[in-house]
Design a protein around this ligand. Sequence first.
Ligand code: HEM
Length: 404
Amino acid sequence: MMNHQEKSGPKSKIDFFDQAFTRNPFPVYSEIRREDPVYRFMMPSGEYAWIVTRYEDALAILKDPRFVTNPPWMQQEGPTDHHNILSKNLLSVGPADHRRLRNLVQKAFTPRMIEGLRGRIEEISNDLLDKVQNKGEMNLIEDFAFPLPIIVICEMLGVPIQDQDKFRDWSNTIMEGAYNPSYTEKGSKAVEAFISYLHGLITERRENPQNDLISDLIKTEEQGDKLSEQEMYALIFVLIIAGHETTVNLIGNGVLALLEFPEQKEKLLKQPELIHSAIEEILRYNGPAEASNIRWVTEAVEFQGKSILEGEMVLISFASANRDIEQFSDPDTLDITRQANQHLAFGKGIHYCLGAPLARLEGEIAISTLLRRMPGLRLKTDLAQLEWRPGIIIRGATEIPVVF
Ligand code: HEM
């Protein structure tokens, strides 16, 4: 296995993992875009990585086949065990496997299929708000933004809803472990627990197939040549994780953005039909995926005056690219009527988000329903008091206390 350029040396000037940065990273990104747009920094693991911050550069890297999520020196073969199960997920398989796996699940996530969920998503949104309406206050994350996408993805997959709470800790721990060595042991325990749970569920569903995505995937797997068992686990795993970690923060970040720009909130209240462009603008202004998953460089590349060596790691900052003034006029202002909003909140290229139509629909329904039922919604604390999820992959506040 090739060692990817581990080096020791001084820490970078910017600490991307500090809470002060996480709270408001945008002025720092703006400075990096101006001064040193392909920026070298030290990850918590002590390894160096590059972060790409300009829009055009982000697009170029996302489409460049030399920047891969599955470098040859990380590919593992061997028996299915809990540790390499994740290595077969969509984000980390080679192009041919990726195309095959993506085709298998794509049809469940087309805008037309997803549109069929509209009525149910509205019902779930209303049920969740019914529970808090009379209290006059709630924790927007805990009471609304978190359960909504979980219920939806669990129903699509066929995961019993009473088990959803178990996923919360596992998936949090796994995501936080992604770039934080002190979480590694906790992270692998969570992966084990998650996979044992899936094993029980898949075994049960083999016996009693239902009308759900897990049963469909089992059927495909049993045909033999299209989907291995390991790949099936990895697919289900990645869908559950994606369903937990992203749309939650689209709803949370979206509400925060509208409260930060009250005139935009008023405009949306008066013209609810603006919800489509409003969601696109929220995704651009404060999207939940702050940076990409790691890309490794398969050969030495000269890029914007920097020599990126074979085996080095590169992250693309979607949050920064989406505020690039070369691409967006007045980028630090939320404008829910913005046109031609080609943001990168769902990535680009072969790993473009599979769940984008679902996330958009959930975001639209969640925010519309919330504003319609609680038009006077406001923060219970100061914006500056909110605590943000650690790390640079997911952007979102851990709790958002609101009154209405
Ligand atoms: C607002 C919510 C969401 C955002 C902002 C988001 C963002 C992203 C981004 C940026 C990527 C590409 C990462 C990279 O290139 O490194 C991605 C990939 C992916 N997303 Fe999402 N996502 C969201 C919701 C969802 C949902 C609800 C699902 C499914 C239930 C989902 C499933 C996936 C999958 C499977 C991939 C990997 C696709 C591939 O490698 O082909 N996402 N997402």
